[in-house]
Every structure is written in C-alpha cells, then in structure tokens.
Design a protein around this ligand. Sequence first.
Ligand SMILES: *Cc1c(COP(=O)(O)O)cnc(C)c1O
Length: 358
Amino acid sequence: MSHAKLFIPGPVEISQETYEAMCTPMIGHRGSEFQQLYAAIQPRLQTLFGTTGPVYLSTSSAWGIMEGALRNTVIKKVLNCCGGAFSDKWYDVAKRCGKQAEALQVEWGQPILPEQVDARLATGQFDTVTLIHNETSTGVMNPLAEIAAVVRKYPDVILIVDTVSSFSVVPTPFDELGVDVLLTGSQKALALPPGLAIFAVSPRAMERASQLSDRGYYFDFHEFHENHTKNMTPSTPCIHTIYGLRQKVEEIFAEGVAQRYERHAKLNAIVHDWVASEGFHHFAPEGYRSKSLTCIANNKGIDVDKLQKLMKQNHAIAIDGGYGKIKGKTFRLSNMGNETEESITILLNALDESLSHL
Ligand SMILES: *Cc1c(COP(=O)(O)O)cnc(C)c1O
C-alpha cells in the first residue's frame, strides 16, 4: 500500500534527509562520540529556546516531561489551564501524581486569558501553573507572553509551558518570557520521529525541585542537569532520533529561524484563505488561532469521515477528523514541518476535489 502523506497535526511527515541522518551507525552513549553529538546540538537548541541555560533531552514522548515537570515542581497546588484534550489531560495527570490541582477550565475552542490566571493566582493557593501554548486539539494558540507576564508578578509560582505544536513555528523565548519549564516533543512542529522530549528548566524551578524528595529517577531534573554537565543523558537515549535532531537543527538554521517562522505564517494564511473561500468557519476565535495547524469547524455539516477516506484513497493524503469530543464536528490540517506553498496547494486542491464528491 502506498504511504498516505501526513497532514495530521502530529506525527507529521518526515523528510528523506532526516531518515538518512538517522541511518548513522550506533554509538555508545557514554563515549566521546555521543558527547560530541550532544554538544554540537546544544547551541542550536539554546538559540531556538531563547536561553543561555541548558537544554535537556529526554527519551520519552512529551508526556514524560509534562508529568515529570509536575513531580519536580508542585509542592502546594497546581493551576492547570484547561481548554482542550491535552490541557484537560494535564489536570488529570496532576491528580494521578497525587498533587493538589485545580482546573482553570475554559470551553474547548476558547483561549485562556491572562486575567483569568491572575484572578486564580491572587488567591495565593498555587505554586505552579501549567499552560499549553498551542492546544493542538482545538487549534487555539494561547497568549503566552501575556500569561507569562501575569505569572511573573508572583515570584514563587513556577510556570510550565508545553510548546509541542508551536516550537520553532513562532518564537517562544524562554529567558525573555521568564518561563520556568518549557518543553516540546519531536514528532510535531519539529517533524522528527516520536520518542524525544526537549526541555529547558529555570534556576528557580531547579531550586524548587531540590525541595521535593519524591521526584523519582527517570524524569528527575537534577539527574538531567548532572549528566548535561558531561554532555550526556541520565539513561540510554534514543540515539537515532538525536541524529535526526542534529540534522533538523542544521536544516532550521540553514533556512533561517526567522524565515522558518515566516514560512509557517504564510502557509497557515493560505489554509485560512481556503477556509474562508469554502465558507467554513474556524473552531478558534480570531486572534487566538494556531500558526501550525488549522482546526476547521464543520459548520457545513459535511461527512468528515468520508472526506478523510476520499483523501486517503484518491490522493494518498492523511488528514485529521477531529480529536476526542469534537471528532466529526471539526477537522484539522497541519502546516508543520517541511511543508511548502506547493505542498499546501496540493493538499487544498485534493480537498476541493474530495469535497466535490460529498
Ligand atoms: C501531541 C501533544 C502532546 C502529547 O505528546 P506525546 O508525544 O504523545 O506525549 C502534548 N501536548 C500537545 C500540545 C500536543 O500536541
């Protein structure tokens, strides 16, 4: 069977160059070759994260660090900003870790507003906040800078931010925003295979972690840091995905980071023009729409399942038919990774052709 090209919002299509880079022979993870590999990627990651501090590599999907960050920081109570599948789940995960947690719940498709965060933090109950910058399930991009500014009024509150589907799509400057934990995963905006989480931790969050004695081992921030000073990871990492990451960061810098941001904005705008021309609506309100994917409201009542099947059978393209409770009520198109004007045009033409059969 032919491969259906992925336009789902993760995992996204992987380039031939990345696959080839991953065919580099295996090396030991405690030797100088691995240390050189790790050290070579570090300055690129620091630039992308906007930090002068370390950037750590975790062999896990993003959820490893999403859960780990809670175990490293929450002593009193965490405020989980919830408004979609991933952010709602983070609240559930906090409770499963035995943490005191409260959901700041907005309706799916709505953004988290800074004043809502401020009002909850003003109660003095919380020492940690979780925020998903780009809620992939709803296509909402939350106002990160404004929310970070509010949290920074509270010096003892740790801000954990998930940028899984926005990292390298729009700037997320860690130091400048005053974020305490910023994490991303490999298989979405970075267009790498799954299995790697990448994250930065502020000195304030490291200090908080020192006060917790039940951080465990695999996601212990201090373990990551100690190994980082030797250009290593705590346990055997996914070396091949790290080879892929080396190729990816070189590719990003060859394109230019600003150019990469511009390309994503432009491709996203092309999809938005198509949405308008077809008479569809967006699930997210204007001003809060993702730049890496488009979550389209099914206001025309089309058969989304059939659309997906036609796209796959006739065009070898995989699109998403909506996540969780908004399955069929929405569908999503990704413009993450290595897409171009040409490839997005192919996608939109295929959608037009498929819609004509519905
Ligand atoms: C996909 C996704 C995750 C979960 O990533 P895993 O790699 O499955 O752990 C978390 N947050 C956001 C915003 C996502 O899009």
